[in-house]
Write a new protein. Sequence first.
Length: 222
Amino acid sequence: MQGQGDLSVINNVGKVQREESDMAAMITFLAKGGPVMIPLLACSITGLAVVLERALFWWRLRRVDAARRMLNLAAQGNWDEALHLGASSDCPIAKVLAAGIAHRNPAPAEAMGVAALKERDRLRRYLPALDTIITLSPLLGLLGTVTGMISAFGVMASGAINQPHAITGGVAEALIATATGLAIAIVTLVPYNYFSAKAERILDAMERDGSHLELLLKEASR
């Protein structure tokens, strides 16, 4: 029992040491990339936060199919039940249809248009931030390339050509900054396109179901 306890303590100490070593290696890597790594790190953290927020948003909507049930209820003339279903749902399409049903006598199309604009903003929330990160990260990496090469050439101009470590430090800064900027842009591009495509599909379905509801309202008013 004593031997097992000692072995467990040794394993825990080794794990902590490995984690500290990995953290030190990461800090060293960031330091070699130069000052431009600070905004690149901010871009990566912001991008990760937005991706997690958007993933959670779409995960909550994955099983929401209230719009189709609302149209079925509206076709049967159950307007109050359809309105209640839409008002209690988190589905963007259902909210737009509920606005049309709630204002079906004066101006359903205008009410759905206003609600659609609100839901569009909700579907596309934070996507411009991802778009900015995709564009900005490679530019920051390019800036790091320029500053790194300036540093390397500065060392050469100072006559320290016989100090390869000083020269390679500037080259390393250039390469690390470029690679980091490209990596952030590439990793961010995939979820950005995915979330944008999902938003566009919902908006297309919103327009289609809104037109369907308008036809049902016209038939009901005859």
